[in-house]
Design a protein around this ligand. Structure first.
Ligand SMILES: [Zn+2]
Length: 573
């Protein structure tokens, strides 16, 4: 880190900067926000203007603006430096020649190439006609820098005239050497859709053919991977739609760039497109930090339903709530928007949980009369449900299924356990999942630590913890509270008191009370979820003992009912 980073930090205030990514609420001298790096419903992400840093008490992430942008946008330090320097209006000298070669040249070249393609579109009538036929507006074309690649060696010459090295042009995937040893444009006679990285820089292109498709020229062609273009990290449109995704905590997923552009144009701003590549773990983890629900569209045929089942398994296993929109007579979102610009918005408003759609499709009146068939369907659907991560969501679908089939919930639950147990056996050899457990444990700790801190600001809080919650509040933390009362000189206690003053001074008592109650609610939720997991395991063990099974199942349901009530309380607030 050189002088430039310090200079940049002086110019860019952490609060102003984070405000363009998160909703910040004032909290005393600091600000808080919902953490973008882990899923949470109450803010534990604190921004300190005094220290110009941020820290999340939920997941432990923290740092300065560089750390934030690197983590948030999934970019490396040289890219972060470039981005922030530009924002601060500071010329950067510390970028080493290698870094400049790896990143800088490629960014500049893509910006130049995009300009070249959009100028070429202005002169190419057939492309303009094609885009007009697809109902893309001038504004959308401009906003997403859509262009046209004439081909031959026009781009190569243009870039060389601008001073770019042919080796770099070729490395960026914009040129190739033909069998006579001449450099040619890679994109030829294609409509060009630039691909933006998360901070809105063009890092690659997709070219769509306008003439007939052939074996040597596929319909779509993408830039190869380069130091600035990592397919498994970039989702088409994410740079534009992330604000809307954060605001709605929901992402609308489409197949192609045209679907994205048309959805965007018709006002569905929380859209993202996979555009040819498969969704990776990287994509899903990144999205999960900012969204709780995923909306997909589906076709009303058996292939469409199979795809929907796969979506539930993929997204459900990352703990997304999956909803689906039915496109009616349209074959994809782009076509729907072309025919009726209002259609998609309405369809998304009416999106239904994907599993509900599946249950309705499978348990028709006709199917339900056939017991053998019902059994087969039940098993099939339970397989799908077993892949969902959230225990509460599982629970909910078991209930729905019981209603549809007249099969008792306990029986369905038992069957689900068997499926899960078989799945776990298969998986044990390959992988266990200790990090998640650790994360949950640290979340519980964080809540307890905050409660203790609040206890230090006001004896009223500590006495509530000691009396009404002493049976479930961990002993370790109760002891800390007592130590604080008995021995104010204790070093650890003094430190905690300082921290409490730092975080809570100047916050009105009413607000502190609200925070306290919310923390208690979250603490209880965590505690109950833990208890629910234990019961789930007991249930599995009791699978052969009817009496034990019934008793444990009752306890399981009573805990899950309490959880539901606590969650409802939150919605009312
Ligand atoms: Zn966090």
């Amino acid at each position: 880190m050189g002088k430039e980073t310090e200079l940049i930090k002086q110019k860019i205030d952490v609060v102003d900067f984070l405000r363009s990514y998160l909703t910040l609420f004032p909290a005393g001298k600091s600000f808080k926000a919902l953490c973008p790096f882990h899923a949470e419903k109450t803010p534990s992400f604190i921004v300190s203007p005094e220290r110009q840093t941020w820290h999340c008490f939920g997941c432990g992430e923290g740092g300065d603006i560089f750390k934030f942008i690197m983590r948030y946008e999934n970019i490396e330090f040289p890219e972060a430096l470039r981005f922030l320097a530009e924002k601060a209006g500071i010329p950067i000298r510390t970028i080493s020649p290698t870094q400049q070669r790896e990143f800088g040249v490629l960014y500049d070249m893509h910006a130049d190439a995009a300009k070249f393609f959009s100028d070429a579109l202005e002169k190419h009538i057939p492309s303009q006609e094609y885009l007009a036929k697809r109902k893309l507006s001038k504004d959308t074309i401009e906003e997403f820098s859509i262009g046209f690649a004439p081909g031959d060696d026009s781009l190569v010459l243009h870039l060389m005239n601008k001073g770019f090295d042919i080796q770099d042009i070729s490395r960026a995937g914009l040129a190739y050497k033909n069998n006579r040893g001449l450099y040619r444009d890679r994109f030829e006679q294609r409509i060009i859709f630039p691909i933006f990285n998360a901070v809105g820089k063009i890092v690659a292109f997709t070219g769509r053919i306008i003439g007939p498709e052939s074996e040597t020229s596929p319909k779509y062609m993408n830039s190869p991977e380069t130091p600035i273009f990592n397919k498994s990290k970039i989702l088409y449109g994410f740079s534009h739609s992330k604000r809307a995704i954060i605001e709605t905590r929901t992402a609308f997923l489409v197949e192609g760039q045209m679907d994205f552009l048309m959805a965007w144009q018709s006002g569905v701003k929380n859209t993202i497109a996979v555009s040819g590549t498969a969704l990776t773990k990287d994509h899903l983890e990144k999205l999960r930090r900012i969204a709780d629900a995923m909306v997909v569209s589906f076709d009303n045929d058996s292939a469409g339903f199979r795809a929907l089942e796969r979506s539930i398994e993929t997204f459900g296993s990352f703990d997304f709530h999956v909803k689906a929109v039915h496109l009616g007579k349209y074959k994809d979102p782009a076509e729907a928007c072309e025919e009726d610009p209002e259609f998609l918005k309405g369809a998304i408003r009416n999106a239904e949980p994907a599993l509900k759609i599946l249950l309705e499709r499978y348990f028709t009146e006709k199917n339900s009369a056939d017991i053998v068939l019902v059994k087969r369907i039940v098993r099939h659907l339970l397989e799908t449900i077993s892949r969902i991560k959230s225990p509460l969501e599982k629970e909910r679908w078991i209930k729905e299924m019981a209603k549809k089939t007249d099969i008792r919930e306990e029986t369905l639950q038992k069957e689900l356990f068997e499926i899960e147990a078989r799945g776990e056996k298969k998986e044990t050899a390959e992988k266990k999942d200790p990090p998640k457990k650790k994360e949950e444990a640290s979340r519980m700790r964080t809540i307890c630590e905050r409660l203790v801190l609040l206890g230090f600001t006001d004896p009223e809080f500590s006495s509530i913890l000691k009396t009404s919650h002493s049976d479930i509040f961990p002993e370790e933390f109760l002891k800390t509270i007592e130590a604080g009362e008995k021995d104010p000189e204790d070093e650890r206690v003094a430190l905690l008191k300082m921290k409490a003053t730092y975080e809570f001074s100047g916050i009105p008592k009413d607000d502190l009370f609200r925070e306290f109650n919310e923390l208690i609610r979250q603490f209880t939720l965590e505690y109950l979820r833990d208890a629910l997991e234990k019961k789930r395991k007991e249930l599995k063990k009791a699978a052969d003992d009817e009496v034990m099974m019934k008793k444990t199942a009752d306890e399981f349901h009573s805990i899950s009912k309490k959880i539901n009530e606590l969650q409802k309380n939150e919605k009312k607030k």
